[in-house]
Design a protein around this ligand. Structure first.
Ligand SMILES: Cc1cc2nc3c(=O)[nH]c(=O)nc-3n(C[C@H](O)[C@H](O)[C@H](O)COP(=O)(O)OP(=O)(O)OC[C@H]3O[C@@H](n4cnc5c(N)ncnc54)[C@H](O)[C@@H]3O)c2cc1C
Length: 232
């Protein structure tokens, strides 16, 4: 689907945490707007500003949900903080190749660094709600539990689908934490043992993407089998 000029309206704004805001958009034009899970839109605002934001919701929902970390505090974050229901939003999209290929017979592991979870949430929600029966795993890293913004969704997904392994990882775990600890690449090193017939999808910052890829390549993985989306 080629990117198109679109017109939407803000339907709801929710603060998931003090730094992460979900924005629901109703697309008014074109009426047949659709996207592949994992894709993003570019949103122009102000005189000459534009930012890329990814759909957190699966394509099967009528509303588009964006999930935005406003802690960087730049003009995009400020613009998002000021959004309210009824505001008009223009965007161009959908764009992006960080999408899941169902025809690929390899085992898939997803790795997210904090808000890098957004395309992966859309992909995994869509896969399981449309009857994807094969096993997948998600390694979801955050500095502390407050930054695992979709933790409850993935715990629920793991309860409903035994083939889905949810592996949250924290840098600063609370004393009661029974999950994984450490940095994203360390977790990948520990948790991914076989790389044969494996495809890995990583999203987050460039530094983490590089470290995760290096770990996997050292384990014998082909670089091209590590798909990535760099948010910052
Ligand atoms: C393809 C693509 C998809 C994206 N999708 C999302 C999304 O779904 N949700 C989302 O929150 N952001 C997403 N981003 C990042 C987004 O476009 C903005 O950069 C972000 O919202 C911050 O905007 P800003 O204007 O406040 O700061 P900017 O002026 O854009 O950035 C200021 C600095 O902070 C860095 N930065 C941006 N985001 C982060 C972050 N989360 N953590 C640490 N440093 C960061 C930038 O690289 C830059 O150095 C995406 C980026 C790309 C390229």
């Amino acid at each position: 689907m080629k990117p198109r000029e679109c017109r939407a309206e803000v339907t709801a704004v929710r603060a998931l945490t003090s730094d992460v805001i979900e924005v629901d958009l109703t697309v008014l034009e074109p009426g047949d707007f659709t996207f592949d899970a994992g894709q993003w839109v570019s949103v122009p605002f102000g005189p000459k500003n534009v930012r890329a934001w990814t759909m957190a919701s699966p394509p099967t929902r009528r509303l588009l949900t964006l999930a935005i970390d406003v802690s960087p505090g730049g003009i995009g974050s400020q613009w998002v903080r000021a959004l309210k229901p009824g505001d008009p939003v223009q965007f161009k999209g959908p764009t992006g190749g960080f999408v899941f290929n169902r025809a690929d017979g390899r085992r898939a592991v997803f790795v997210a660094e904090e808000i890098g979870i957004v395309p992966i949430r859309s992909i995994l929600t869509h896969l399981y709600e449309t009857g994807y029966g094969r096993p997948t795993a998600l390694i979801y890293w955050a500095r502390n539990p407050g930054w695992l913004v979709y933790d409850a969704d993935f715990r629920s997904l793991a309860r409903r689908y035994p083939g889905f392994s949810y592996l949250p990882v924290l840098r600063e775990p609370p004393a009661t934490w029974r999950g994984e600890k450490g940095e994203p690449a360390e977790a990948v090193e520990r948790l991914v043992y076989g790389v044969d017939r494996l495809v890995v999808y990583v999203c987050g910052g460039g530094e983490t993407i590089n470290k995760v890829r290096d770990v996997l390549v050292k384990k014998g993985m082909d670089r091209k089998s590590v798909k990535w989306e760099k948010f910052w």
